[in-house]
Design a protein around this ligand. Structure first.
Ligand SMILES: Nc1ncnc2c1ncn2[C@@H]1O[C@H](COP(=O)(O)OP(=O)(O)O)[C@@H](O)[C@H]1O
Ligand SMILES: O=c1ccn([C@@H]2O[C@H](COP(=O)(O)O)[C@@H](O)[C@H]2O)c(=O)[nH]1
Length: 232
């Protein structure tokens, strides 16, 4: 199995458009991309009741199982598959399922804390931060959480004011300093097109480097053959 040639981190506040950017890019690049949502690495909270899980601060870095995420990224970088946990936002917990995820040419790590952990930052070749105004993000989040994540409006508003907003300001937004590029307003067409171009360029330069190395090895072998031929 071939090791990835390019690893991208996409961070940003809730509702900024991280998943949309990652999915749009993945749709264009196809099977060569492995998408890793950081959300799948929320700690297993099976020991808590649902009512207790509803009170957890999911916007604090301590809510994540960092060791497992680091280990899985390292495994993918070695070209090996992982058994990725799956997360269910409706029950605020991991499901019992694990999904086998193969490594591929491009790894995209996406989540509010994609640019937070030093060891993970070391593994990233390109760091993106999706910057979207807070009012737009909360409107998107209300719609998404009510429609897709089984929440009511009151609960979404309460969670936003109690944890999401203060944690965003304290932990998430400061990670802009780790970004190479800031993408405004989520999946904007120009930014996504540039990202796809960059990925394609990295992939072809990587396979080009491989071809050059092969050619050099091949040439050396030819020289050896020529040398032995002339001595025989
Ligand atoms: N550029 C955009 N314009 C309009 N809506 C967007 C845009 N990007 C994302 N959205 C919508 O906003 C919501 C949140 O986007 P999502 O990608 O899930 O955000 P995140 O992963 O950052 O939480 C989704 O319903 C998505 O369709
Ligand atoms: O059980 C959970 C786990 C997470 N959340 C919220 O999800 C967002 C992160 O996901 P995005 O897709 O980036 O919005 C985070 O702000 C948590 O508050 C949750 O509500 N419940």
């Amino acid at each position: 199995m071939r090791s990835p040639s390019f690893v991208i981190g996409i961070a940003g506040g809730t509702g900024a458009g991280k998943t949309t950017v990652a999915r749009t890019v993945a749709d264009h690049v196809g099977e060569a991309i492995t998408r890793i949502p950081v959300d799948n690495y929320y700690e297993d909270l099976s020991h808590l009741e649902l009512t207790e899980r509803e009170q957890v601060n999911y916007d604090h870095p301590d809510a994540f199982e960092w060791d497992l995420l680091r280990e899985h990224l390292e495994t993918l970088l070695e070209g090996q598959p992982i058994e990725m946990p799956q997360y269910d936002f409706e029950i605020h917990n991991r499901t019992d399922d694990r999904v086998t995820v193969e490594s591929s040419d491009v790894i995209v790590l996406e989540g509010i804390f994609a640019l937070y952990d030093d060891a993970i930052l070391e593994m990233l070749d390109l760091c993106l931060y999706v910057m979207t105004d807070a009012d737009v993000r909360i409107l998107r989040r209300i719609e998404r959480d009510v429609v897709e994540r089984g929440r009511d409006l009151e609960g979404v508003m309460e969670q936003y004011l109690e944890t999401v907003k203060p944690m965003h300001e304290r932990f998430v937004e400061p990670t802009t300093k780790n970004a190479d590029v800031i993408i405004p307003e989520g999946a904007n067409q120009v930014a996504v097109e540039l990202l796809i171009e960059k990925i394609e360029a990295e992939r072809s330069s990587d396979s080009g480097a491989g071809a050059t190395a092969e050619t050099a090895v091949e040439r050396e072998r030819q020289d050896e053959l020529t040398f032995s031929d002339s001595t025989n």
